[in-house]
Design a protein. Structure first.
Lengths: 1070, 437
């Protein structure tokens, strides 16, 4: 606000508010009238308009950039009329004195989700999938929760963004004021954003599409393309009505408008989702805002780079349970660290320049909102930034900046009145104004400051004479309890010393019973006869009426006491507070704020910075491994898996991440890191051609039989501890496959185990695209879904290839100028199938039985497709000749069998029989544990059928590289290939050898020494955090039991192919 | 996760499975030993005494009668030259459901877990299928002996120590019952709030206690009445443990579970064996003090907690050895996918421990003599020593190395058929390619 405005008296005339109009003329002379906002006839007599209100005596913070200054605020109706000093006040103005208070603009909560009513009138012309409902409106949810509204007021929140809760493309949000829905001012802004989730709504059936995050993202993508197509198709139809009319679709119409000119809010339940949302925004060039999670600090550089505004929650985690050693041990370091870092999240985001709003999103109890915001301020967030994130930033974002967010003439009268700095710990909000209506904040514990607490001297009528007594009120369990004792002083002597003397020997006390405490009144009963014989027998009733100002903290209230004696007579009795001498009783109720303050001081002083590690948690790295210019491995037994076979006492020189030379007694270049590998064995990094680690997208999208549109690549989880564990087993690359729930499954992603890197870093950039197919038992087990037999599996695959052929032809025709039709729709499912037919996408087909293998190869050959790999292929030995003639490669298990019926004929000689038939064979893991000792699995190829040792090693090095079409880059120790290497303590095919070092691209990602260091670091880190937690045991505890707590998004999804597993549970895989 | 359609799935599989599972395997049990067998020239690994290079071992009437450098050949002895070969005691899988499980995903072929939580009376050996295709496969890997255990949620049933050859389960059984299996996880509530958890745990403990006390009273009642008829099979079975005839074999991995199990067994003076033992090192003093041995549930296991060292399961045997806790190494735990079907991989679980510090001889002991001692059959099996059963294997190399194959085996002097469904299918399909079909 400009300083000149500050002292100016500003009058706004004719400021228009839809649905209401305010006319303000010079207040000194004219009356101010409000016009009716409703067409409903008035029943009975008319009522006077509310008076204008002038708030005086408080300090005012007009906006986040302005300092707090004494000023008055004049409001009329829903609007602020003037702000400043020396305001000319119209006659009949109600003046409210708020001495010692501070007034802020009403806060805006920019994220709150609401459940839409059941059984919405669903439009027949909506999208085919119920999760896509962009036409839904949060404004339809009109449920009014009085309690929740009170909580908002108590937190100073005057306006709130309400968004639809369920669905994937969920619908549009609106901004409402913290008023009842029938209030004329309630709806402040309609259709603000379109809300998206990139995962499956919670609490829904899991048998419909999509039932995985992968599927959810694919659905969003397809719906976007469909909306783009819908728009284009309609334009074509407008120009040429001889083509078929695109079937009207409200969802697509809505969505295409939003894509064109709207803004999306995308749920980002963890840091990875934030980046995924950013990628989606880039893919479709859409305006996007993140609905954050509090984990943003974990991927701060990437989130900063993407530059989207974040709707930030402040639901910081509870202090982990420190009550038993067991509970400490079972809490992963990742959770300890998150507990520590989460309150710093807002400050860290601000430091990097990420813009955000602070929201109540995710809080169990809205009334803890300010408490959490204050924690964030305490942990480094500038309070002005916090205020902006609650006022001006959301106001502008939500398009209501002309209406609210500042205290300024013409703005809505949305105000927060607090008894001090809003961001100081002890401050409480005393009243909140929403659209000119005042809401006094009920104290959470209304009797905490009961003015009756303390001692009162009363003079009671005895049977014969008046008797002095002392009434003592105390707070017990948030209730006011009282007792009375006699002073025996029968005079009305007011000398406090005399009183004290006389009081001491008398200890008889009588409790007050049946207390009913109203705001202004206490009714109680007491048997005075128990106190002294001087009183008549029976129960007397005592009523205290408190008649002073509500603000009672400063001076003692005026209290009137009435005693109704057992005979039914009522009389007023003199009562006055006993001053000063009741200190002990005053201290009965300790002020809770004092404790909090002292604790926070301890906290602050003990707080030394803890280093961020990537990924967050145990074994995370503070820095990425460095890449030396040159590395020389000296004196190892080198198993090249290449033409040089096995060389004893050999050297391998790595320059710039690539293998530069392999031989004996190589010359070390300058600035070369030399690894003494004498006595050790060196192999290419192992490659696992079938794995499900490092992905949090659910592995299986089983909602449909064909899911070629879903992509593992959308859901790489760079924080999966399995990555580190695979490295420790010498594995450098893995093929992360979709599960086996569908004949045509999702797209796979080949990764390198670049631990500590980003999701994108993990991807093997040069690996060609692939896709999972599956046959047999797993794909036919979904009853009610075609296919149910191997016969049907063959047919649906064939049908899909034909569909893709048609689809491709349609697109080509359109490109070639055929305009006698609607433009063809982009179909992501068929896109992938076209890519297969053009040789740009390789099939990895889960298969067991020989019949299904032959059937599939026949179908593929009909379409001139060469298969990428046959996965599992446990009966491959029965048809190895047919596989060889097709050119099919086999990625199998060393010795698994009998886990289901179709593998009852699986034999460990499968590898050698296929190998001897000329098939390229690899051994894979399909399992986070087995993947850690692929070297020993390869050794079994020697045992069962006598595969030569170097060929056996190739089963886990060069052959999987060939199968993934990455053998130009990895798989053998040959000049020019990536320096992906593993150092072994002994012969690599022996289970008695262990991996000692693992290198990727010439960078060391694992070695025993670093591993020991990380263990030690994590141990001390954990100890420190436990100490911190023990010191701050008054952290907010959510009232939910652990069972009720929401499962974190990343933990909602399986990390194994459940369609392959019959209920395996072995250790913690993440 | 999505388990929709499971019922249908099971039904479908049944259709295929039923005709097949009724079929016996083709391997014929060995005939009783009729003449002495002398095996010469092999490297003998007696386990309880030093390795004998180029040694000789004599088997008579199903027993080992001599072992050493030079042994006279008795008349009529079958003399087998085994130069370059290695002879070990038959390997012992110390915890498995071999014989109780055929095809994991086909429920009807699995007889591992009885309904309910209290099944001390059920006995694994009565459901072992001698014709399981999985048994010859295990034998071919050198595993001639196995501790066959039932599964379940809490008190699982009685286990047996069995030989992996025989016409009937009776011929196969060496010791039954050999233990009462209990899953102590059932005593550890999932409640995360520590205080509530402690309370719930006490309640469960109390329940268990009351049950045990009831068993004691019931046995007194029966002892008092000479002609009394048992009215509660469960209580009757429980008495075997209370009388210390049979040890409790308690599945427990986490420290708190192991500690609780030891405390329970100690307070009731029960014999105890821990199975699993992931955190056993942390309880080493306790385990040593009460002489509680541990059956390690395989070394190829993932860490239990995200923060645990990647190799915690790999190093467990060596850590227990250093701590002085008695242990044996088991193979892959019962269940999916390995378990019973890949009992043959037992030596590699021991080999993995070698990679992570365990001396080789201890690794071999951990799959032979140690489990025999722990399971109470060391007088019969577990080492090559005079008087013990002639249950041994001949291998063409170090049994811990995967290129090694078992070339011959005897159980109590009966020659073991080392062929299996796998070798038969191998031979069959070799012919397909040899004949150029």
């Amino acid at each position: 606000m400009k300083p000149t405005l500050w002292f100016a008296v500003a009058w706004i005339t004719g400021f228009a508010i839809p649905g209401s109009a305010i006319q303000i003329v010079h207040a000194q002379r004219s009356t101010i009238t409000q016009q009716s906002t409703t067409t409903r006839p008035i029943v009975g007599l008319r009522k006077a308009d509310p008076s204008p209100v002038l708030l005086v005596g408080a300090d005012v913070v007009c906006d986040p950039d302005s300092p707090s200054k004494p000023a008055s605020i004049l409001m009329h109706g829903a609007t602020i009329v003037a702000v400043g000093n020396n305001i000319q006040v119209p006659a009949g103005t109600e003046t409210r004195t708020l001495s010692g208070k501070r007034i802020y603009p009403g806060l805006i909560d920019a994220m709150h989700d609401v459940e839409l009513p059941e059984n919405l009138p669903t439009d027949k012309t909506g999208y085919w999938n119920k999760n896509v409902s962009p036409e839904f409106r949060a404004a339809w949810a009109t449920t009014s929760n009085e309690n929740e509204r009170k909580k908002l007021h108590s937190q100073g929140i005057t306006a709130q963004l309400r968004a639809p809760k369920d669905g994937i493309i969920k619908g549009a949000s609106c901004v409402v004021l913290a008023l009842t829905p029938d209030h004329p001012q309630y709806l402040l802004q309609r259709d603000v954003f379109q809300h998206l989730a990139l995962t499956v709504p919670r609490g829904k059936r899991r048998d419909t599409y999509p039932n995985s995050p992968m599927g959810a993202v694919a659905l969003v993508r397809q719906a976007f393309y469909d909306a783009i197509w819908y728009d284009k198709a309609n334009r074509v139809y407008q120009n040429n009505q001889t083509v078929p009319r695109p079937r009207p679709n409200l969802s697509l119409e809505e969505l295409s408008q939003t894509l064109h000119s709207g803004t999306f809010v995308v749920d980002a339940p963890n840091e990875r989702f934030a980046i995924r949302a950013g990628n989606l925004a880039d893919e479709f060039s859409i305006d996007m805002i993140l609905r954050g999670s509090g984990f943003e600090y974990c991927e701060l550089p990437a989130i900063t780079r993407q530059g989207h505004l974040v709707l930030l929650p402040v639901d910081f985690p509870d202090t982990p349970d420190t009550t038993t050693l067991e509970s400490i041990r079972e809490t992963p370091l990742r959770e300890w660290l998150h507990w520590y870092f989460a309150p710093e999240n807002p400050a860290r985001l601000h430091r990097e320049g990420v813009r955000f709003c602070l929201t109540t999103d995710g809080l169990d109890d809205t009334s803890s909102f300010l408490k959490h915001v204050r924690i964030a301020v305490d942990r480094g967030l500038d309070s002005r930034v916090a205020l902006a994130a609650l006022t001006t930033v959301p106001a502008e974002l939500l398009g209501v900046e002309k209406r609210t967010g500042k205290i300024q003439p013409g703005m809505m009268a949305n105000l927060v009145v607090a008894d001090g700095d809003l961001f100081a710990k002890e401050t409480t909000v005393t009243e909140t104004w929403v659209a000119g209506e005042r809401f006094e904040i009920e104290k959470e514990k209304p009797l905490a400051d009961d003015p009756l607490i303390g001692s009162w001297k009363v003079t009671l009528p005895g049977s014969k004479q008046r008797i002095s007594a002392v009434l003592v009120f105390e707070k017990k369990d948030d209730k006011t309890t009282g007792s009375i004792r006699c002073t025996k002083s029968q005079s009305t002597d007011e000398d406090p010393n005399a009183q004290q003397r006389e009081e001491k020997p008398e200890e008889t006390r009588v409790e007050l019973k049946n207390n009913v405490r109203q705001r202004e009144k206490l009714s109680t009963s007491v048997q005075l006869s128990k106190l002294s014989d001087a009183f008549p027998e029976g129960v007397s009733q005592l009523t205290l009426l408190i008649v002073s100002n509500v603000d009672h903290s400063k001076e003692s209230p005026l209290v009137l006491a009435t005693l109704t004696t057992p005979d039914g007579k009522s009389q007023s009795v003199p009562i006055r507070r006993v001053k000063r001498q009741d200190k002990p009783e005053q201290e009965v109720s300790p002020t809770p704020t004092a404790k909090e303050t002292s604790d926070s001081n301890v906290e602050s002083s003990e707080r030394k910075p803890i280093e961020m590690v990537y990924p967050l948690g145990a074994y995370g790295l503070a820095q990425r491994p460095t890449k030396p210019n040159a590395v020389l491995f000296r004196g190892a037994t080198v198993w090249t898996s290449g033409p040089k076979a096995k060389i004893d006492d050999a050297d391998v020189l790595v320059i710039d991440g690539k293998i530069a030379e392999v031989g004996k007694k190589l010359v070390a270049p300058k600035k070369c890191v030399t690894i003494d590998a004498r006595g050790k064995h060196l192999t290419p990094g192992l490659i696992d051609c079938h794995s499900h680690i490092a992905t949090d997208g659910g592995i299986n999208e089983s909602g449909q039989a064909i899911t070629s549109e879903v992509r593992i690549a959308d859901f790489i989880d760079n924080s999966d501890i399995s990555i580190y564990r695979q490295l420790a087993g010498g594995v450098t690359a893995s093929n992360i496959l979709h599960g086996s729930a569908n004949p045509i499954g999702g797209q796979n992603q080949v990764i390198k185990m670049r631990w500590g890197g980003s999701m994108e870093d993990l991807k093997f950039a040069d690996a060609p695209a692939g896709i999972k197919f599956a046959l047999g038992e797993n794909v036919k087990r979904s009853s009610g879904r075609y296919p149910n037999t191997r016969m049907g599996v063959e047919q649906i695959i064939r049908d899909q290839f034909l569909a893709a052929r048609q689809y491709d032809a349609d697109h080509k025709a359109w490109q070639d100028g055929a305009r006698d039709r609607l433009p063809p729709r982009r179909n992501l499912q068929l896109d992938a199938l076209v890519e297969i037919q053009t040789g740009d996408r390789w099939i990895h087909c889960h298969s067991y039985r020989q019949d299904e293998i032959l059937a599939t190869l026949d179908v593929l050959e009909e379409f001139n497709i060469r298969i990428g790999t046959l996965q599992h292929i446990l009966e491959g030995y029965k048809v190895a000749d047919r596989m060889a003639s097709h050119g099919a490669m086999a990625s199998t298990f060393a010795d698994w069998w009998a886990y289901k019926f179709e593998v009852y004929d699986a034999i460990p000689y499968n590898g050698v029989l296929m190998h001897d038939a000329g098939v390229v064979v690899s051994y894979n893991s399909d399992d986070a544990e087995l993947g850690r000792h692929l070297n020993a699995e390869a050794g079994k190829a020697i045992k069962y059928g006598g595969v030569p040792e170097q060929d056996a090693l190739a089963f886990v090095t060069l052959n999987p590289a060939k199968q993934l079409r990455i053998d130009d880059h990895v798989g053998s120790i040959e000049v020019g290939k990536d320096a992906d290497l593993a150092v072994w303590s002994g012969p690599p095919l022996s289970p008695t050898s262990r991996c000692e070092q693992t290198w990727i691209d010439g960078q060391k990602y694992f070695d025993l020494k670093t591993d020991r260091m990380l263990r030690a670091r994590d141990k001390s880190l954990r100890a420190r955090l436990v100490q911190l937690a023990l010191e701050t045991d008054n952290q907010p505890k959510s009232d939910k039991t652990k069972d009720e707590e929401e499962v974190k998004e990343a933990d909602r999804w399986e990390r194994i192919d459940v369609y392959c597993n019959a209920g395996r549970s072995q250790g913690e895989s993440r | 996760m999505n388990r929709v359609g499971t019922h249908f799935f099971v039904a479908t599989v049944l259709f295929f499975a039923l005709p097949s599972i009724a079929m016996p395997n083709d391997q014929v049990p060995g005939a009783p030993q009729t003449s002495p067998i002398l095996i010469r020239g092999a490297v003998l690994h007696p386990v309880d005494s030093p390795v004998i290079v180029r040694g000789t071992i004599l088997l008579e009437e199903g027993r080992i009668t001599a072992i050493g450098k030079h042994i006279e050949s008795p008349k009529g002895a079958l003399i087998i030259g085994a130069k370059g070969k290695h002879i070990y005691p038959g390997l012992i899988e110390s915890y498995t459901d071999l014989g109780l499980r055929e095809i994991s995903a086909v429920d009807v072929t699995v007889d591992r877990s009885e309904l309910g939580t209290r099944n001390p009376n059920v006995r694994s050996w009565v459901a072992v299928n001698p014709d399981s295709e999985l048994i010859p496969v295990a034998r071919a890997g050198g595993v001639l002996l196995a501790h066959v255990t039932p599964g379940g949620r809490f008190v699982q049933g009685q286990s047996a120590f069995m030989q992996m050859d025989g016409w009937t389960e009776k011929e196969m059984t060496l010791l039954a019952p050999s233990g009462l299996c209990v899953n102590w996880d059932a005593m550890q509530p999932r409640e995360k709030d520590s205080t509530k958890q402690a309370q719930q745990r006490d309640e469960k403990w109390q329940e268990f206690d009351e049950w045990v006390e009831h068993a004691k009273r019931e046995s007194l009642r029966q002892a008092d009445a000479a002609d009394s008829i048992s009215s509660d099979l469960r209580l009757e079975a429980l008495m075997k443990v209370i009388r210390r005839d049979v040890p409790l074999v308690v599945s427990a991995n986490r420290q708190s579970s192991i500690e609780a199990a030891v405390a329970y067994a100690a307070s009731h003076k029960l014999r105890l064996i821990i199975y699993g033992g992931y955190d056993a090192q942390a309880c080493a003093e306790l385990l040593k003090h009460h002489d509680v041995p541990v059956l390690i549930a395989g070394t190829y296991r993932l860490p239990l907690r995200r923060d645990d060292p990647y190799d915690s399961a790999y190093t467990l045997p060596e850590r227990l050895r250093r701590a002085g806790v008695r242990f044996a190494i088991g193979g892959e735990a019962p269940g999916y996918p390995g378990g019973a079907s890949n009992v043959r991989n037992l030596p590699y679980h021991a080999a993995c421990a070698v990679a992570y510090g365990l001396p080789r001889e201890h690794a071999v002991r951990s799959i032979t003599l140690s489990p025999a001692e722990i399971l109470g059959v060391a007088d019969r099996v577990g080492s090559l020593s005079v008087g013990k059963d002639a249950t041994l294997i001949v291998a063409d190399g170090d049994i811990l190395e995967p290129q090694t194959n078992v070339t011959a085996a005897w159980i109590q002097g009966r020659k073991v058929d080392l062929s299996s469904r796998h070798t038969m299918l191998f031979e069959k399909y070799k012919q397909k390619y040899q004949s150029g079909n």
